[in-house]
Design a protein around this ligand. Structure first.
Ligand SMILES: [Zn+2]
Length: 183
């Protein structure tokens, strides 16, 4: 049960917090952060994000052409691993006290979207895909209110990194409304 033993914070309190801790924030998804994409390509085996290694051949240094890059998994230490797209959602969230940004990884995003990421991306190719087009299943998240268990990390207050990492979500209506009453 995610709510027990974790203090609740409003977004204004989250932003002002100056210590490492976890808290519960009840807030509404206002948007997907523009330009941040909504998934990343991961290694199917270890689920870590893959890297793009530039071509070793210099000469015509066409470094912008990512399609010429080799895909590498630093964990499995292999080139061209089998790929699986997984969600990495950058959400703009708000409550009555302000707005903030949350990053949400695959297994948690699934709780909200109810479809595996690959169902929305379609078959993966090695080509870099344009992520500006937000699928309807993700656009439908906008306006939804959930409970998020958020990690306040040192980089958030020490370096003013304004995106917070979510490590649990409750989408359960009853819990949310109960929470709302307590607020
Ligand atoms: Zn791997």
């Amino acid at each position: 049960m995610i709510l027990v033993h974790t203090p609740r914070k409003l977004i204004s309190e989250l932003i002002e917090c100056r210590q490492v801790e976890r808290c519960i924030v009840m807030c509404t998804i206002a948007a997907l952060e523009p330009g941040m994409g909504w998934y990343h390509l991961t290694c199917k085996v270890c689920s870590r994000k893959v890297q793009y290694e530039p071509p070793l051949v210099t000469g015509d240094r066409d470094e912008d052409d990512l399609n010429k890059f080799k895909i590498y998994c630093a964990v499995c230490k292999c080139y061209d691993p089998e790929l699986l797209p997984r969600y990495k959602l950058h959400l703009v969230v708000q409550d009555k006290t302000g707005s903030s940004k949350f990053v949400i990884f695959d297994h948690l995003a699934l709780q909200m979207v109810h479809k595996p990421c690959i169902e929305l991306t379609g078959p993966v190719t090695n080509e870099i895909q344009d992520q500006d087009l937000i699928p309807m299943a993700l656009q439908e998240l906008i306006g939804k209110t959930y409970l998020f268990k958020v990690e306040i990390l040192r980089e958030n207050f020490a370096y003013k990194y304004d995106t917070f990492k979510v490590n649990k979500i409750s989408t359960n209506r009853d819990i949310i409304s109960e929470f709302h009453k307590c607020g």
